[in-house]
Design a protein around this ligand. Structure first.
Ligand SMILES: Nc1ncnc2c1ncn2[C@@H]1O[C@H](C[S@+](CC[C@H]([NH3+])C(=O)[O-])CC(=O)[O-])[C@@H](O)[C@H]1O
Ligand SMILES: O=C(O)C(=O)Cc1ccccc1
Length: 247
């Protein structure tokens, strides 16, 4: 097993048939580079997680990071909060991600209470938690599965708990959406992706990453029981929301 991280060149050669995007070994090997060059505001959102936790998390509470990939949210929390401040469970469906996340967290924050489990967030038996992070994960679930998952997360949160939900979003207005998508492609070009990479990845993500509107997210959070939710971050068509469970 290697802990090297590579530049994302997954869609850089022409493919006869572009397969559906999946979180396999090839993606894991270049994931930090891929997400940094492909998700506007990714680093800033992670940087805020520790600050949000230090304001909202009861000392020693449990935190879930659902669709944790390489455990970046766990690393961000451990970088801000002392070892006794929280217990962290990262969950991911991809065995390759889970293996790599375990190695990284063990090496980077050995004093913190962190674990990573391989599992499907649609079927997990959730334990009571003070904070739940869904950082760019809900967008990969089939739209018909999203309501039930968010409702179960509301039930798992303790009174006063928070859900942080980051997502690629679409605008309801067609012209507004087209402008955001075009500027997002400019953002990718500026980060070194070619026309071919942008277009082949777009094809690979069709029906795999299905964005909702921001309004759709707030409505779903309200249906799940959250009395209050707000958008605290947006950079082009990428946004992060926080939802509060009453104390
Ligand atoms: N049903 C599922 N159950 C569990 N995991 C899933 C499921 N479906 C997809 N995943 C996992 O959700 C993650 C989405 S990436 C999250 C980034 C991370 N949060 C980060 O802050 O770096 C987002 C992106 O790559 O744009 C992948 O690791 C999938 O295996
Ligand atoms: O790259 C894209 O087009 C995205 O929408 C973001 C992304 C980042 C990492 C994996 C899948 C999608």
């Amino acid at each position: 097993m290697s802990d090297a991280s590579y530049r994302d060149a997954i869609f850089s050669t022409p493919l006869d048939r572009v397969a559906r995007f999946s979180f396999d070994e090839k993606v894991v090997a270049c994931f930090p580079d891929m997400i940094r060059r492909s998700v506007p505001g990714y680093g800033q959102i992670l940087g805020m997680l520790g600050l949000i936790a230090s304001r909202h998390l009861r000392h020693g509470a449990h935190v879930y990071d659902l669709g944790c990939s390489l455990g970046a949210a766990g690393l961000a929390l451990a970088g801000t909060l002392p070892p006794d401040a929280f217990r962290y469970t990262g969950v991911d469906l991809s065995p390759a991600m889970v293996a790599r996340a375990r190695e990284t967290l063990a090496a980077e924050c050995p004093a913190h209470a962190v674990e990573v489990i391989e599992g499907d967030i649609r079927r997990l038996d959730y334990r009571p938690s003070g904070m739940i992070v869904l950082n760019f994960t809900l967008q990969f679930l089939a739209p018909e599965d999203r309501d039930a998952v968010v409702a179960r997360l509301f039930e798992a949160l303790e009174p006063g708990g928070v859900l942080v939900l980051s997502e690629k979003v679409k605008a309801a207005d067609e012209q507004e959406n087209a402008w955001l998508v075009e500027r997002y492609h400019d953002f990718k070009r500026a980060n070194g992706y070619s026309e071919m990479e942008i277009s082949q990845k777009r094809t690979a993500l069709e029906n795999v990453l299905v964005p909702d509107t921001l309004e759709g997210h707030h409505e779903r959070l309200a249906r799940a029981g959250f009395s209050r939710s707000q958008t605290w971050f947006q950079f082009l068509n990428f946004a992060s929301l926080i939802a509060f469970k009453d104390a």
